[in-house]
Ligand binder design. Structure first.
Ligand SMILES: [Zn+2]
Length: 150
């Protein structure tokens, strides 16, 4: 009887979903200055940051890829009054990556020289910024930081 239960448990473990890219690996790699994503085997769409399924079609047929780290600056805002535990001012932005997904990030830019003309510029990943956990989060976070290259 016990033998059968172990067999069933082993079978369940073998069928458990295998994630091609975990959040831990994504954050570790981002700290090294690389952006990882997931390419969908069913529709070809790229998902970033990592999710359990393709963000376009819901397929679990995902393959880990290294993204170019390049993109276009779509929008931004300056945080002058940061939440507790953060140091301001800083720029939060949305980057449309070359592979497709829009990702939230920070922008390394001189705030005193900021104009709307910066929108649409080409940006590239500079680094992954590690933020310590605070009373609102579940621990350390790593956010991508982009710089304007064009
Ligand atoms: Zn898909």
């Amino acid at each position: 009887m016990a033998g059968i239960e172990i067999e069933e448990a082993e079978k369940e473990l073998m069928e458990a979903p295998k994630y091609p890219l975990t959040m831990d690996e994504y954050k570790k790699t981002l700290k090294e200055g690389k952006l990882l994503g997931l390419r969908c085997g069913a529709c070809g769409e790229v998902t970033c940051p990592p999710m359990m399924v393709c963000q376009r079609c819901g397929s679990k047929e995902l393959e880990k890829i290294e993204m170019s780290g390049k993109g276009e600056l779509m929008t931004l805002t300056v945080i002058n009054v940061p939440p507790e535990g953060f140091e301001g001012p800083y720029i939060v932005c949305l980057v449309k990556t070359a592979e497709g997904p829009w990702i939230p990030a920070r922008l390394d830019y001189d705030i005193s020289k900021l104009t709307p003309e910066v929108l649409g510029k080409t940006v590239e990943l500079k680094e992954g910024l590690t933020l310590p956990g605070d009373k609102y989060s579940a621990g350390e976070r790593v956010v991508p930081v982009f710089k304007v290259v064009e």
